[in-house]
Design a protein around this ligand. Structure first.
Ligand code: FAD
Ligand code: E1W
Length: 466
């Protein structure tokens, strides 16, 4: 097609940095304006979650960028969810049958710096400490503000917004032509706490025989303390620590962040509700009082792009609640799709195709992430849920080409999110029919069930980890 335009990305976070690398590798000139200073120089100061779960979709994108091996070297494997019930017991529910179906805990800062290095090596020009203020889409110019408060202008005929949930480019686009924006607040917030390495708990724990730090709890798991209307989770860090996140209603009757304004109130609450977790949090009071309450919302837009002039990707286009651990993974999938589309099409066509391809999938993971919050908080103890999960596991073992749990489709395959949502619904209808009034999976005639399954649901497409 025509010669390759220079592209201007706003935001050098996870999605912006990975997209920039892929575009530069395809021969585009790429400028990235990032509001914050270079984390490789200034130290990483990301306000939000310290570590994240990387799953198959994110890995597939990193593989296509040639970066998967590097990332996995610095990641901690999570084989399953370790559920800690209120009575103090815990048990591991494996995600897959073996270590081919695991997820990975990665440091947000470490991953971002790795991606910045990779993008720079591919020829991307970064401009740190430069925040977008406004855009003149007719003139193809943008206004930026430096950390010193000084404003400057730059040419930017083609803009890509990877500037996150609070996107400044989105605001500028919306002012030029309404995007049909809707934000649905979850009404729950989150706060991050830390379990330090076991070596900090006293001499008895200090180090293993190789001198390495020991983890205070099982390192190769995602820990969940479900408590009905709220929960805590913990993801392991490579240094032997864990980042704990408390999810809780923001307002309203106890318990909510409103009724737990400080560590004194929250300490009493944790002693009651998270009795086994609190002793692992030696800096509970400091962390609770110092860390802000984060807000959670789902963002829906009618329009992701402005002709061939600007497009939004990642959280800027479709921020979701974090309960499936898929926001970054979905944003990474975006980068592959957009880079491929820009390769063979003119810019306007690529942007339009990008929205056509990705929006149904972004909508689907938004729905599934919201549903997973309820599932995580409540259903792990619900007999109907457990019966369906057990029956699903039996069907999957007997007819793996016809049944796959929705969580596995989302987490361990690259099947479109919209497909996972739709197939998950159909599978659920079938499980309900098969169980009828019983919550005993053993009461179901499996031979007949498999026959019904094969007759009513199409085969799953071939998979990498089939
Ligand atoms: P961001 O990471 O927000 O990056 C945006 C970048 O743009 C930043 O560097 C910012 O400084 C910059 N910027 C902002 N404004 C401007 C401006 N005006 N000018 C220039 N630059 C600007 N996802 C997962 O896949 N797995 C998980 O386990 C997971 N856990 C999560 C837990 C929590 C508590 C939360 C809140 C989210 C979680 N997510 C998870 C989601 C994930 O954090 C996001 O989907 C991901 O960070 C989106 O990347 P992004 O690059 O689009 O946006
Ligand atoms: C994952 C923040 C976050 C990140 C996650 C997950 C969860 C609960 C949360 C979903 C999950 C990995 N999940 N885990 N176990 N069952 N569902 O898979 O990333 Cl709260």
């Amino acid at each position: 097609m025509s010669s390759k335009p220079t592209l201007t990305l706003i935001g050098g976070g996870l999605v912006g940095a990975l997209l920039a690398q892929q575009l530069a590798r395809r021969g585009f000139g790429v400028d990235v304006f990032e509001k914050r200073p270079d984390p490789r120089v200034a130290g990483f100061a990301g306000g939000r979650s310290i570590n994240l779960a990387l799953a198959e979709r994110g890995l597939q994108a990193l593989r296509s960028a040639g970066l998967a091996e590097d990332v996995l070297r610095r990641a901690v494997m999570m084989r399953g969810r370790m559920v800690h019930t209120a009575d103090g017991r815990s048990g591991l529910q494996r995600y897959g049958v073996d270590d081919s179906e695991v997820i990975w805990s990665v440091s947000r800062g470490g991953l971002n710096m790795l991606l910045l290095d990779a993008a720079e090596a591919a020829g991307v020009r970064f401009h740190f400490g430069q925040g977008l203020v406004s855009a003149d889409f007719d003139a193809g110019r943008i206004r930026l503000v430096g950390e010193d408060g000084k404003e400057r202008e730059a040419d930017a005929p083609v803009l890509i917004g990877a500037d996150g949930a609070g996107s400044a480019l989105r605001a500028a686009m919306n002012a030029y032509r309404p995007l049909g924006e809707r934000t649905e607040w979850l009404g729950h917030g989150y706060k991050e706490l830390e379990i330090p390495p076991a070596s900090e708990f006293g001499a008895g724990w200090l180090r293993d025989s190789g001198g390495r730090d020991q983890f205070a709890i099982e390192p190769n798991a995602l820990h969940i303390w479900p408590r009905g209307g709220y929960m805590c989770i913990a993801l392991p860090n490579t240094e032997g620590s864990f980042t704990v996140t408390l999810f809780l209603p923001a307002q309203g009757p106890h318990p909510s962040f409103a009724t737990l304004p400080d560590s004194r109130a929250a300490g009493a609450f944790f002693r009651e509700e998270f009795a086994d977790l609190l002793p692992l949090l030696p800096r509970f009071a400091e962390d609770y009082d110092a860390h802000p309450v984060g807000t959670l919302a789902t963002l829906y837009l009618q329009h992701w792009h402005l002709d061939g002039r600007a497009v939004l990707v990642g959280d800027a286009a479709h921020a979701i609640v974090p309960f499936h651990g898929q926001g970054m993974n979905c944003g990474f999938e975006d980068t592959v799709a957009l880079a491929e589309l820009l390769q063979g099409n003119d810019v306007a066509e690529a942007f339009a195709q990008f929205q056509r391809l990705r929006q149904p999938n972004a909508d689907a993971i938004a729905t599934m992430a919201l549903e997973n919050y309820v599932e995580m908080r409540d259903s792990v103890a619900d007999p109907r849920y457990l019966a369906k999960r057990e029956l699903g596991a039996r069907l999957a073992a007997r007819a793996p080409r016809h049944y796959m749990a929705r969580y596995r489709m989302v987490t361990f395959t690259g099947l479109p999110y919209a497909y996972a949502l739709e197939r998950g619904r159909a599978q659920d209808v079938l499980l309900e029919q098969l169980l009828g009034g019983s919550n005993d999976p053993a009461s179901v005639d499996l031979d007949a069930a498999v026959a019904t399954l094969e007759a009513t649901l199409p085969r799953l497409p071939p998979l990498r980890h089939g």
